[in-house]
Design a protein around this ligand. Sequence first.
Ligand SMILES: *[C@@H]1O[C@H](CO)[C@@H](O)[C@H](O)[C@H]1NC(C)=O
Ligand SMILES: *[C@@H]1O[C@H](CO)[C@@H](O)[C@H](O)[C@H]1NC(C)=O
Ligand SMILES: *[C@@H]1O[C@H](CO)[C@@H](O)[C@H](O)[C@H]1NC(C)=O
Ligand SMILES: CC(=O)N[C@H]1CO[C@H](CO)[C@@H](O)[C@@H]1O
Ligand SMILES: [Mg+2]
Length: 253
Amino acid sequence: MAHRELLVLFFFLAVLCKGMSIRHHHSTKNSTSSINGSFCLSWRLAVETNNELPWRTVPTQCSQYVEDYLIRGQYERDLELIVEQAFNYVNGISLVGDGMDAWILDVDDTCISNIFYYKSKNYGCDPYDPAAFRAWAIKGWCTAIPSVLRLFNKLINNGFKVILLTGRDKETLGQVTIDNLRNQGFIGYNRLIMRSAAYKGQSAILYKSNIRKQLEDEGYRIWGNVGDQWSDLQGNFSGNRTFKLPNPMYFVP
Ligand SMILES: *[C@@H]1O[C@H](CO)[C@@H](O)[C@H](O)[C@H]1NC(C)=O
Ligand SMILES: *[C@@H]1O[C@H](CO)[C@@H](O)[C@H](O)[C@H]1NC(C)=O
Ligand SMILES: *[C@@H]1O[C@H](CO)[C@@H](O)[C@H](O)[C@H]1NC(C)=O
Ligand SMILES: CC(=O)N[C@H]1CO[C@H](CO)[C@@H](O)[C@@H]1O
Ligand SMILES: [Mg+2]
């Protein structure tokens, strides 16, 4: 009787120990990836707040993290929250109504997405490759970012002039960008301003500031400005409110 009870106890203890060792092994295994996750979250926060600049590539250990962020829902949720803030702001604006109330939206990774391209570049772990990006952009396969398309339509319905301002080269990417925007539902904007020869080589901050100055000189009031890069929003004549969309894949100075 006592023997049998002892045997059962031993058996129980053996099972318990094995369970604990599995659990222990499991937590060690996971701790490396959670250390990565923790590091990559800090890194993403630093780049989104523009504390780390300029940065050239995503840290190699964060490729998986960035993929998960982009395709498992958090990116869309972040965008939705920002767009909700923009909606609240839009609803509170009383337009002057002279046709000069404007918003500025960036194009790449603001209106239309390049995530599919960046997948082939390890989500930004590989260095920037202008020729490959151009080859991708020429295909015109960028997809609409749904929350931004909702904002775009809301702005137009509320009577704003929506001006799209992009660093894309006008000469080589002009028509394909117009077509790509149209086939993704971006219809009814006031104009698309692309980088012409006169602005070649200028930093995005300077180029976009110069264009915004011209718009304000024409009499436009820039109520809002939306972009995935700080360089969309910095500089002069930035607009009364700016909205920074997330982009952990690349940095445009
Ligand atoms: C964590 O980082 C290490 C070292 O950079 C890398 O080898 C590993 O693949 C990363 N793990 C995950 C889950 O991303
Ligand atoms: C902003 O305006 C100031 C004053 O006119 C000028 O010196 C500066 O270069 C401008 N900055 C940009 C980025 O355009
Ligand atoms: C928008 O910004 C301009 C320039 O900074 C300022 O003059 C104007 O009062 C602002 N309008 C509102 C409604 O905040
Ligand atoms: C002890 C252990 O299994 N650690 C693993 C944790 O996860 C990383 C990344 O998946 C592995 O490289 C480790 O070997
Ligand atoms: Mg952009």
